[in-house]
Structures are given as structure tokens and as C-alpha cells.
Write a protein that binds this ligand. Structure first.
Ligand SMILES: [Ca+2]
Ligand SMILES: [Ca+2]
Ligand SMILES: [Ca+2]
Ligand SMILES: [Zn+2]
Length: 309
């Protein structure tokens, strides 16, 4: 599909030859060449596709530089990207507004010695990376393209596996999500009580986590975003003193290339049954009335008489 794109007049940057642009989501970009275009709900079907959105420019040089809060633009709803890998998302549209940053987001460099590798001292190329809508710009009369050939040697500099792997690694690192999970619970609970285990997942990475789940679907979790989920537990009245109840929260998501990321954490609480006779009286009176879940109410009545008689 990539090669056919060339036939239809597309270059590695769509309308230009600039490769590995994060804001050019299509198979002409080496990053997505193996039909690995990002899926963005209701906007990008992903997979094998030419770019279908002219995403906002990425200005690598200050001014104006990169507004990290804009990320790849509002249309994809993917949130901000920590382009400069400085551990935070900053920019003119952030709240509160902060400085834009400069970064070489497509990783290109001046190959001074021409060996196709980046060697010490070879400088980054900083410029303006433009998006491109391939589908609106396909050139179907390809036989009239200037360098069109009906036979002969293939186009030079086509993606070899090493180039694709390198492009994908660079992009994966640049927009890497990281799911950091914390879990909490009360230190102690009483038999017959209800309490919540609360899991909180925060994306502490550089870019969005797609198709994120924790207990249930979260969807896109942008960088710096967080979501909490509570799981309510009714402690049976017959639960033995000292019982430890634990729960593990696991969050899963995918980066923009479909690679899975995950994080998890557990919390525990200790069941403490009232031990003195004085503690039993208020529990007998109040518990059956105040417990709303029917399951735990039944257990409460069954469990209490043996301990009081
Ligand atoms: Ca940053
Ligand atoms: Ca070199
Ligand atoms: Ca660059
Ligand atoms: Zn090509």
C-alpha cells in the first residue's frame, strides 16, 4: 500500500519528503508503514490507511515552538504530548499558559558522513512539520507523473525492516503512555460494614493511552489524566477478626502503535470484630436497619446471635 501510494503521487511526508512526522498518520510515514496507523475513535479507522486528516503543524523551533497541550490537535481527542521529554506538558494553551518548547519530534538529523546513521556531532534538523490529507490529494493520472516508469529499478531508499523498526521505536518512545495505579482502602473495617476499594490510574507517560480499561472501559486516557474506580464490598458479619481483604486494580491500555501497556496496584484492609460486650449492643440494634444490601442483611442476622448468647 505504501508503494502504491508513491504511484499515486504521495511522498513520505504526504506532500513533502519529510519522514517520521508524528502529525502525519498514514502508511507513507515509515512509522506506520506496516499498516499500523493509529486508531482514534470516530475519526481514524487506523490500520492500513493513507492519512485522512491534515493535522496541525508541529513547529520544532522557538518561536513559536511546540504547544504541548495541543499535542496532535483537538480533533483526535488524544490530549497533550510531552514532546521535549522534560517530564511535563507545557504550552501557550495550557491552563495556566506556560512556555512552548522546542524539540526534534521526527528525530531527523544531518547525516554529515552519509552513513545513514546518527553519529556524535551530527545535528538535529529542526523545522516545521506539516500534516497532510492524502485521500484528498491522490493523483490518479499517475502515468503523467514526471518520474513515472513502467519498468526498471525500484525507487531508492524504500523502507527496509531496520528503518521501519527505528521509526517505530522513536515514535513509541515519544508518545509512550505509562499507567501508574494506586489503590486505597480503609485500614480497618468492621464485620457487617460496607467499604470501598478505590483504584486510581494516572497516565504518567508522554502521550495518550488508547482503549484504556480498569474495572471497566475508560477509553482514551491522555497524558497527565487520571480516572478513579471504586469497588464497594459488603463484609459478611461472620467474617473472622483479623481477616485481611485485598483487591488488585489492573489498568491496561495501548500506545498509538497498538502496543499494550499496563499497571497495577493492590490495597488491603483488616477486619476487626468488636471484642468487648459493650460494643455488641449498638451493632445489634443498628446494623440490620442501616444495611441496605439485602445479602449482607441476611448474613448479619444469622451471624450475630451466636456471638451474643
Ligand atoms: Ca514537555
Ligand atoms: Ca552519520
Ligand atoms: Ca526535525
Ligand atoms: Zn516509500
Amino acid at each position: 500500500m505504501h508503494e502504491f501510494g508513491h504511484t499515486l503521487g504521495l511522498q513520505h511526508g504526504g506532500g513533502d519528503g519529510v519522514n517520521d512526522k508524528p502529525n502525519y498518520l498514514g502508511v507513507m510515514n515509515y512509522t506506520f508503514q506496516p499498516c499500523s496507523v493509529t486508531v482514534a475513535p470516530s475519526v481514524l479507522p487506523g490500520g492500513c490507511d493513507y492519512s485522512r486528516i491534515n493535522l496541525p503543524k508541529l513547529e520544532e523551533v522557538l518561536p513559536p515552538g511546540l504547544d504541548e497541550c495541543v499535542g496532535l490537535g483537538a480533533v483526535l481527542k488524544l490530549g497533550g504530548v510531552d514532546w521535549d521529554n522534560a517530564g511535563g506538558i507545557t504550552g501557550a494553551t495550557c491552563g495556566p499558559p506556560t512556555d512552548n518548547v522546542s524539540a526534534n519530534v521526527n528525530g531527523d538529523f544531518t547525516d554529515t558522513n552519509g552513513n545513514d546513521q546518527r553519529d556524535p556531532g551530527e545535528p538535529s534538523v529542526l523545522g516545521t512539520l506539516t500534516g497532510y490529507d492524502d485521500w484528498s490529494n491522490l493523483f490518479y493520472d499517475f502515468r503523467s507523473i514526471e518520474d513515472y516508469q513502467t519498468a526498471g529499478t525500484p525507487v531508492a531508499h524504500e523502507p527496509d525492516p531496520g528503518s521501519i523498526k527505528h521509526a517505530q521505536q522513536q515514535f513509541a518512545d515519544q508518545v509512550r503512555p505509562e499507567l501508574t495505579v494506586t489503590a486505597t482502602a480503609p485500614a480497618e473495617v468492621a464485620p457487617g460494614a460496607s467499604f470501598d476499594f478505590v483504584g486510581k490510574v494516572t497516565n504518567t507517560g508522554r502521550g495518550p493511552s488508547l482503549t484504556t480499561t480498569m474495572e471497566n472501559s475508560i477509553g482514551i486516557l491522555p497524558a497527565t489524566g487520571s480516572v478513579s474506580r471504586a469497588v464497594t464490598v459488603d463484609v459478611p458479619c461472620a467474617t473472622a477478626d483479623g481477616t485481611v481483604l485485598t483487591r488488585k486494580f489492573t489498568a491496561k491500555g495501548k500506545d498509538m502503535l497498538g502496543t499494550e501497556v499496563s499497571g497495577s496496584a493492590s490495597a488491603g484492609t483488616t477486619v476487626r470484630a468488636p471484642s468487648s460486650p459493650s460494643a455488641k449492643r449498638p451493632r445489634r440494634r443498628s446494623t440490620p436497619v442501616s444495611r441496605s444490601p439485602t445479602g449482607s442483611r441476611t448474613r448479619t442476622r444469622a451471624a450475630v446471635p451466636p456471638t451474643t448468647s
